[in-house]
Design a protein around this ligand. Structure first.
Ligand SMILES: [Zn+2]
Length: 220
């Protein structure tokens, strides 16, 4: 389902099947994109930027980008947080979302689908979603403050202990289902950034030395 491409990015078969777009989930080996991109100063918010052309980093704060323009690639950066790429083949709109635990707690991925609906007429039933490599449940133990924020989606979290392991990709999948994205159109990489040191940067593993991966999507 998710494969490593010539450019060393992972790609999702379901998005590769859409000839009008291109995309990638970056690895340690991927080239760093700088040209014709729109990116944000990421602040773990639920703010979404609608863009119609390239714009440099730090232009705006936010954690998701959407566009219908073919002259720009949307880029988000992660090192354990969940990168999510969305495509609406009917309206030919795309989105890139950065969802750490704070973004997940604020339902940024669901709000991004809503924004595509408001701005582009996207129907959730048409959306194809690829949830890329991030820290997996295997490596993501969190404390009570995070559990409290995420319990809405996983009621059993932390019921017996102050710490528990959280599956952020799965919670984002649940949120997409809740806004009407069909189960058959949501794809998870099941790749853990902390486990796979050969492929990915990981903040939990590498601490302040951690690099970042770029995930990106654009309309051809
Ligand atoms: Zn792991």
């Amino acid at each position: 389902m998710f494969r490593c491409s010539d450019t060393k990015d992972y790609t999702a078969a379901a998005l590769n099947a859409e000839p009008w777009l291109h995309h990638g989930f970056g690895t340690r080996e991927s080239a760093w994109l700088t040209k014709d991109i729109a990116t944000l100063k990421q602040v773990h918010s639920d703010r979404i930027a609608v863009v119609d052309g390239p714009r440099p980093e730090m232009f705006d704060e936010g954690d998701a980008l959407v566009t219908r323009s073919a002259v720009v690639r949307l880029v988000i950066r992660t090192a354990d947080c969940v990168p999510i790429l969305l495509a609406d083949p009917r309206q030919r709109a795309v989105a890139a979302v950065h969802a750490g635990w704070r973004g997940t707690a604020s339902r940024i991925v669901a709000k991004t689908v809503d924004r595509m609906t408001a701005d582009f007429g996207t129907r959730a039933a048409d959306v194809v979603a690829a949830i890329g490599p991030s820290i997996g449940r295997c490596c993501y133990q969190v404390g009570p403050e995070v559990l409290e924020q995420l319990r809405t989606w996983v009621p059993e979290l932390g019921q017996t202990a102050q710490h528990d392991c959280v599956n952020l990709p799965q919670i984002n999948r649940e949120q997409l289902l809740a806004v009407g994205v069909p189960d058959g159109k949501i794809f998870l990489s099941h790749l853990c950034t902390r486990c796979r040191a050969e492929d990915f940067h990981s903040f939990r593993r590498d601490k302040e030395q951690a690099g970042r991966m770029q995930s990106w999507i654009g309309i051809r």
